[in-house]
Design a binder for this molecule. Sequence first.
Ligand SMILES: [Zn+2]
Length: 488
Amino acid sequence: MHDLVVRGGLVVDGSGSAARAADVAVRAGRIVAVGAALGSARQEIVADGLIVAPGFIDVHTHDDRLPLVDPAMAAKASQGVTTVIAGNCGISAAPAPRQASPPPPLTLLASKSAELFRDFARFRAALEAARPSLNMVLFAGHSALRAAVMDDLSRPANRRELDAMQAMLREAMDAGASGLSTGLYYPPSQAAPPSEVEALLDLVAEHGGLQTTHLRDEGDGLIEALDEALDSAHAAGVPLVISHLKCASPRVWGLARTALQHIEAARGRQSVDFDVYPYDASSTMLRPDRLRGARRIVVSWSEPYPDKAGHDLAVIADGWCCSPGEAAERLSPAGGIYYKMQERDVRTILAHPSAMIGSDGLPHDRHPHPRLWGTFPRVLGHYVRDLKLISLESVVHRMTALPARVFGLADRGRIAEGMAADITIFNPDLIVDRASFDEPLRPASGIERVIVNGLVIREGGHATGVRPGRILTRHDMRSRASQAEPAS
Ligand SMILES: [Zn+2]
């Protein structure tokens, strides 16, 4: 007797091979059979006309503290996501900064340092106590390490500070972090030279971890910034993931193909992957010094002026009779949505056969970018079904098996016997993102059921209240994989 059988669906198994009609049986949190006539089960799910896919892996999130605020993780569960990778862009919920108020962009996670965690062991314990619905993979952020150790962030770390950061990074990795994220674009890390990053990456290499990076520059200096990231990761021998690849200034519009060729060329000497979100606007902290090149900027949150969330920066500046830069100063700490990419570059990157999908959603923003609630259904509805830019099988692969391999999640990302039962069932004709720039909090439709570790966490557009998520680590995966290996 199985715990659960999904009958009558079209299985897109994550490998990239063609969809096929098959039933899927689950027992004790694992997929135990895929095929026909699988026998009876305590719970039957009828999936006629629906796609049965591995649960989606959101490879780029800032969901570190989301389980503490919303353990159902509705913004992601509603999109069919079953695992989130958190701690990106140099920003993580541990270790907490020395200052009582986190320096931006750590404010994207919390406005007070007291809401962050002294070390990863405490952070992980808090997540586990919250019992999230989804699985999580954690990264330690370079900016967080700097803010935890340094009083002056405007210079490179000295020897003593580097030692302290290494000790904290070691603690993070021992507590289950999968590696280091960097965000040299951001003020707390801008002064860090490659040697500082490489010293930390050496430690990541020792632990078998990887690096995710928000490049130093996604605008005019995109290609140089790509080279810097590739060289540092190569020097340390660490696999690299370039986060939210984009061409974000008029001078680099049209260079998506060039950037991709750069990455492909680097693959001859090192392990490098990348992700993208399906929108031509970005979102991050509002930086008065980085307003240039955007067609339009919308405030996503502001601590001193919360009522300005959702308003145009230019209109606010007009009302205040000041420049947009001055308005941004007054609004800070704040976040913004920047319209500064071209759709053709977004499509070129999205169409690349190894582009992973990462929402980069900001769950604590008052008026967030719609990518928080819309990313995965938007790719499947808008780009796959409506525009036919990419095939369903290719994109499901890049949402599941590919990220599972990149992040060392050996038993996730495929519908196959023995895999953890993370399963998303959706209607390919109806799936659509409903979150828009004007109404960013509207859940997507077309996701019929979401199963995490063998348990249904969402059905009919509602959370079931079951919360079986786990903290996943590369280390666990490696030891489990080696245990599972038959002696040969
Ligand atoms: Zn980023």
